[in-house]
Design a protein around this ligand. Structure first.
Ligand code: 76R
Length: 248
């Protein structure tokens, strides 16, 4: 058996994608809509206070295209907290005007491919901050799930640690060229959801998603071993953008 990569886990993640039932929302009377929006604002404030206390983080983005209308990405210490948030949101009046589009359950993950041997990553404040990150308020989000291929000669899990490390180094070098332009959060989901990882990217310039993902397609670890799910791309929902989105 090949050597298993060691992983460090941080906060659990729920990506909750919803579609809005626009005809029901449009037909609701103004009072119902405004009460639903006030209640939603209350939830957003509550999530902000959790983020301020550094016990979790939430990102709220509208989604372009027909796959969904918005995503709430929550990071929390436990799966119980994620479940409570999901249920509490489902009980809101606004949620009654939404339908589930897609969801993803995973946990923030760092692997040891790039860690120098003999170092204890948990002694590094940088590593701890990356395991429990405050989600950036970048203009755009991009999310997609992925697997590492297990087919014939292209079986990632049959490679030696050394071969995987070499390829991950090349992967990391490409990624580093996007420092300051794209922030990536890799969440592991083996045993938690249908794919092996969730890739969540944040950027102020959405074209950087295209450039980064395209460049990685030519890199061996993605070219030979990457299998990808559906892509979701979105725009930051500020309070102002949310009111204009929901304005009838
Ligand atoms: O954590 C680190 O920064 C060390 C280097 C590194 C690792 C170990 C790294 C760097 N990644 C790692 C692990 Mn990554 N990453 C992806 C995708 O679309 C595609 O082709 C792939 C999707 C992107 C866009 C991306 C970006 N990475 C992983 C893993 C776990 C693999 C495993 O354990 O087998 C996956 C699935 C994955 C996928 N990666 C970076 C980036 C970027 C931008 C970096 C540089 C980060 C930085 O230096 O700040």
């Amino acid at each position: 058996m090949s050597e298993v990569a060691q992983t460090l886990e941080g906060w659990y993640a729920l990506h909750d994608f919803r579609s809005i039932n626009w005809s029901a929302w449009g037909q609701a009377d103004a009072g119902t809509r405004s009460a639903a929006q006030d209640e939603l604002q209350g939830f957003l404030k509550q999530w902000q206070s959790i983020e301020d206390a550094k016990t979790g983080s939430t990102a709220f983005y509208s989604i372009i295209g027909q796959k969904a209308d918005f995503v709430l990405m929550h990071l929390r210490e436990t799966l119980e907290e994620l479940s409570e948030i999901e249920t509490a949101f489902n009980k809101t009046a606004f949620a009654g005007f939404t339908t589930p589009a897609y969801s993803y359950v995973s946990v923030v993950e760092l692997s040891n491919y790039m860690t120098p041997p003999g170092t204890d990553p948990m002694q590094s404040p940088d590593i701890i901050a990356r395991l429990k990150p405050t989600l950036p308020k970048a203009s755009h989000i991009c999310f997609y799930p992925m697997n590492k291929r297990r087919q014939g000669n292209d079986n990632w899990y049959m490679l030696s640690m050394e071969e995987r490390r070499t390829m991950m180094r090349s992967h990391g070098m490409i990624g580093r060229q996007y420092a300051g332009k794209v922030k990536q959060i890799i969440t592991g989901s083996v045993g938690l959801d249908d794919w092996e990882w969730g890739v969540t990217l944040f950027a102020d310039d959405a074209l950087q998603f295209k450039k980064l993902v395209y460049e990685m397609r030519f890199d061996e670890v993605s070219a030979r071993f990457g299998d990808f799910g559906d892509f979701y791309v979105g725009n930051l929902l500020t309070e102002e953008k949310l009111s204009s989105l929901l304005h009838i």
